[in-house]
Each structure stands twice: as structure tokens, then as C-alpha cells.
Design a protein around this ligand. Structure first.
Ligand code: NAP
Ligand code: ZN
Ligand code: ZN
Length: 351
């Protein structure tokens, strides 16, 4: 068993809606199956903001957010076989699950029937230890829930793959995005920009629906063929009944009926963004053309690994703005106002 100094520096939200502040805490001592790693970068996902600002309810404070994490292994437990000191590893939205339900056994740990163990803002499987996330300089995790990061990928752009990346990769694979398919991505933020890169790399024809006209050149550089500014209602008539698959990544409320109208026969609109309020759906929009409204949540461990390997093969990473820890609160405000290109990533050496 390697020695491991458990003292960890990070940033936390001490109460709902409060700004993030420096925070020191202890990671657990290494169990036999654990790896410890020095975090190099941690992405800022809009889900962090929803939770830090208590927009979903039920949050646990103090909260150290962060579920897009990459780093380098510094110590391993006596039973670790999958990783060695010096390996580059990634951690996403969950750190554990029951390991025995049918979904866990099928590699769909995000849909664990007993509930996945979130990377933060939840309790570990002992039911009492509060999990602390990636806005920190060290992490400890069971080897079975860490991912291997391909060495060829530019590390600053890797952290966002662990949530934003897999969250778009998984529905694109599930609904079989590929040549001959018209795929729409609503919202060119952290999630949306990964969706554009993946859908284009899979061979689909990609259209971005955005409320920010100034993102057109970026969207096209990422692989989009069309860019639609949604402020003009005419665009919903112009694009009606023409899409196979639309992925809604918008973090705010949205008139989902407008987008259902863009689907062709048997088309699917996938809900990915998580505003706190329910959507209102007009039944007629679903019945007409036998449309489906679906949801999708991150991805399981085998699929995350597949996505990382796909990224290595296609040389895909996130477009990031690297920040220091003391800029997190400004980064939150800029993300909420859609002013992010296209993911903020915290340099963990600044904690
Ligand atoms: P983000 O970087 O803030 O991107 C969201 C994008 O939505 C913005 O860049 C903007 O794109 C658009 N948008 C924002 N406010 C809008 C408004 N008022 N009207 C219309 N469009 C607006 O957020 P993210 O990190 O990608 O996360 C997006 C959502 O997905 C969040 O709700 C997050 O909690 C959720 N999420 C879900 C999963 C899952 O497993 N399903 C995983 C991670 C995150 P334009 O400027 O292009 O319009
Ligand atoms: Zn996330
Ligand atoms: Zn399970």
C-alpha cells in the first residue's frame, strides 16, 4: 500500500447560492482497491451551477462540485491491478453503484436500480460519507470506477469529455447517428459543442439551433453544416418535419413543442438539459408523425471508455478556456449567460 497524504485543497459552496470559497478537507485513506491521483484539470458543468445554486433542490452543503476530472495516479491500494502510479485517469459523474443490479451488470451504472453514487452532492454507499467532487487538488476512487485516458489527447480538453462528452456520445450511439441522418443540437454550450463534434465525426448532417448568432463560425468549424438562430420564429416553419434526431442541451426553459415540429416520421427529441421546471408538451405534436420524446443521462463505464477511445481515434477534445480557481465564480456567471467557449476548465494546481 502506497502512502497517501489525505489533506486536500479545493473550493466549496458552504450554503445554497453562496459563492465558492477555498476549502480544505480530507480524502479517505486508501482502501485496497483504491487509487489516489493528483487532479490536473476539472471542468465546470452547468449541472455544477444548478446544484451549487440549489436549482434542483435537495443539495448537501458544504459542497465541493466537479464531475469532469482528469489527473495522474500518485498512489495505489494493495489490491489495485488496473492502474499504476503515473497513469492518466478520468472520473465522471459517478464514483460507485450497487454493482449487482441488471443495469450495473450490463455496464449501465448511470441507471443503477439502487441509484448511482454521484461524484458529489450525495452520500457514498455507506450512506453517511458525503462525496466531494473534483474542484480540488486530489481524488480517491475505487479502480473500477476510474477511466483510462488515452495518452495522445491534449489533457486540458479531456476533463469535459467525462460528462459533457459522454452525455452527447451516448444518445448519438443509442439512436444510431451516422451517414444519411439529420441531427439537430439545441444549444452550443459545453454539452452541445461535444454533440456537434461527435455527430459530425459519426457522419451525420448536423444543424445547430442556437440563441447566440455569434457562434455560427465556431459551430461550422466544429463540424456543423447548418446554423439556425432561433430568435426568428420563421426558422421553425422553414425546418419543419425534417430531422431524425434532435438533442436538447439547453439549461434553461424552452418551448419544446417548437422543436417537436422539426422531427420527421419516427423522429426523436432527446431531453438532455435539466432546467428545474417541467416541460409542457402538446400531445398533437407527438402523435403527428409518430414522434418520440426521450431522455438520456450520461453513459456507463464501458461506453465512457469507448468514447475516450473514439476521441483518441478522431482526435476530438473539448474547446476549453482554462482558468484559475479564484475565477470559478465569474466562470459560473459567464456560463449562465452563455458566454463560454465552450467549457471552463480549472487548472487544479491553483487550488
Ligand atoms: P452550458 O455550457 O451553459 O450550455 C447551455 C447552452 O444552452 C448555452 O450555451 C446556450 O447555447 C443555451 N442556452 C442557455 N440559456 C438559454 C436560454 N435562456 N434560451 C435558449 N438557449 C439557452 O451548459 P451545459 O454544461 O452544456 O449543460 C446543459 C444542460 O445539460 C444543463 O441543464 C445541465 O444540467 C444538463 N446536463 C445533463 C446531463 C445529462 O446526463 N442529461 C449531463 C450534464 C449536464 P446557445 O448560446 O447556443 O443558445
Ligand atoms: Zn455534468
Ligand atoms: Zn446497480
Amino acid at each position: 500500500m502506497d502512502n497517501f497524504d489525505t489533506e486536500t485543497r479545493g473550493y466549496a459552496v458552504l450554503e445554497a447560492k453562496a459563492p465558492l470559497v477555498p476549502y480544505t478537507f480530507n480524502r479517505r485513506d486508501l482502501r485496497s482497491g483504491d487509487i489516489a491521483f493528483d487532479i490536473k484539470y476539472a471542468g465546470i458543468c452547468h449541472s455544477d451551477i444548478h446544484q451549487a445554486r440549489e436549482e434542483w433542490g435537495g443539495a448537501i452543503f458544504p459542497m465541493v462540485p466537479g464531475h469532469e476530472i482528469v489527473g495522474v495516479v500518485t498512489a495505489i491500494g494493495s489490491g489495485v491491478t488496473k492502474f499504476a502510479v503515473g497513469d492518466t485517469v478520468g472520473v465522471g459523474v459517478f464514483i460507485d453503484s450497487c454493482r449487482e443490479c441488471e443495469n450495473c451488470l450490463a455496464g449501465q451504472q448511470q441507471y443503477c436500480l439502487k441509484g448511482m453514487t454521484g461524484t458529489y452532492n450525495g452520500y457514498e454507499r455507506d450512506g453517511t460519507t458525503v462525496a466531494m467532487g473534483g474542484y480540488s487538488n486530489k481524488f480517491v476512487i475505487d479502480q473500477d470506477y476510474a477511466l483510462k485516458v488515452p495518452a495522445s489527447l491534449e489533457l486540458t480538453g479531456v476533463a469535459p469529455l467525462l460528462c459533457a462528452g459522454i452525455t452527447l456520445y451516448s444518445p448519438l450511439r443509442h439512436w444510431k447517428a451516422g451517414p444519411g441522418m439529420k441531427v439537430g443540437v439545441i444549444g452550443l454550450g459545453g454539452l452541445g459543442h461535444m454533440g456537434v463534434k461527435f455527430a459530425a465525426a459519426m457522419g451525420a448532417e448536423v444543424t445547430v439551433f442556437s440563441h447566440s448568432a455569434n457562434k455560427e463560425a465556431d459551430a461550422k468549424a466544429m463540424g456543423a453544416t447548418h446554423f439556425v438562430v432561433t430568435k426568428d420564429p420563421q426558422v421553425f416553419t422553414d425546418n419543419a418535419e425534417s430531422f431524425d434526431l434532435i438533442l436538447n442541451t439547453v439549461s434553461a426553459e424552452l418551448d419544446i413543442n417548437q422543436y417537436l415540429g422539426l422531427l420527421k416520421l419516427d423522429g426523436t427529441l432527446v431531453v438532455i438539459g435539466l432546467p428545474g421546471k417541467p416541460y409542457e408538451v402538446t400531445a398533437f405534436n407527438l402523435l403527428r408523425l409518430r414522434r418520440s420524446l426521450a431522455g438520456s443521462m450520461i453513459g456507463g463505464l464501458p461506453e465512457i471508455q469507448e468514447m475516450l477511445d473514439f476521441c483518441a481515434e478522431k482526435n476530438i477534445v473539448s474547446d476549453v478556456e482554462v482558468i484559475k480557481a479564484d475565477y470559478i465564480n465569474e466562470a459560473y456567471d459567464r456560463t449562465v449567460s452563455s458566454d463560454v467557449k465552450y467549457r471552463f476548465v480549472i487548472d487544479a494546481s491553483t487550488f
